[in-house]
Design a protein around this ligand. Structure first.
Ligand SMILES: Nc1ncnc2c1ncn2[C@@H]1O[C@H](COP(=O)(O)OP(=O)(O)OP(=O)(O)O)[C@@H](O)[C@H]1O
Ligand SMILES: [Mg+2]
Length: 182
């Protein structure tokens, strides 16, 4: 599962909640979060297009290895370039792209890490959405509009698609609030 979107859009928040929900349903899950990946697997890579693409390809590779062993891999990476995500899609069985969508205004308002402020002040080159591009998906399997939904509603939207596609079975009783079948 590949979660893409602007900084502060909600990728990490939703990935954590989904992980908990899927584990509660008895699935094995591994979360590959951008911040953590850049401290280990992609340590030393920067934010040029080449480096961002390299980061995305590495995570894609790990996700494929995990998936081969029945683990649901949830990647939560800005992954700003459409063609690179599409490359992963073509290489990966059962690729589910989730566009974690929120307006730039809303992301700036949230500014979870305080980086929009820096970028808007001109102090942060290569910051996605401000001083670097973001290319939204054209045909994501799931789109969640996090500036119109609660996190629980976004999780429910994603789970419904995973269920409809047969990747997970409906647990019947869910601890995700906001579901009508809870
Ligand atoms: N529907 C929603 N889904 C996810 N997050 C939401 C939603 N509504 C509000 N939020 C809030 O938006 C913020 C999203 O921050 P988060 O760190 O998850 O973003 P991110 O996409 O991982 O950013 P980054 O790319 O910088 O790591 C959180 O404070 C979260 O509570
Ligand atoms: Mg994050």
């Amino acid at each position: 599962m590949w979660m893409t979107g602007l900084p502060s859009g909600g990728k990490s928040t939703l990935a954590e909640m989904l992980e908990a929900e899927l584990i509660a349903r008895g699935r094995r899950v591994e979360r590959l979060d951008g911040d953590e990946v850049r401290m280990h697997l992609s340590k030393g890579l920067g934010f040029s297009r080449d480096d961002r693409d390299e980061n995305v390809r590495r995570v894609g590779w790990v996700a494929r290895v995990l998936a081969r062993h029945g683990v649901i891999a949830i990647a939560a990476l800005i992954s700003p370039y459409r063609s690179t995500r599409d490359e992963l899609r073509s290489r990966t069985r059962d690729f589910v792209e989730v566009w974690v969508k929120a307006s730039l205004d809303e992301c700036v308002r949230r500014d979870v890490k305080g980086l929009y402020k820096k970028a808007l002040a001109g102090d942060l080159p290569h910051f996605t959405g401000v001083s670097d591009p973001y290319e939204p998906p054209l045909q994501a399997e799931v789109v969640v509009e996090t500036d119109r939904q609660t996190p629980a509603q976004s999780v429910a939207t994603i789970l419904a698609v995973l269920e409809a596609r047969g990747y997970v079975s409906d647990a019947g009783i869910s601890h995700v609030k906001g579901r009508s079948d809870g």
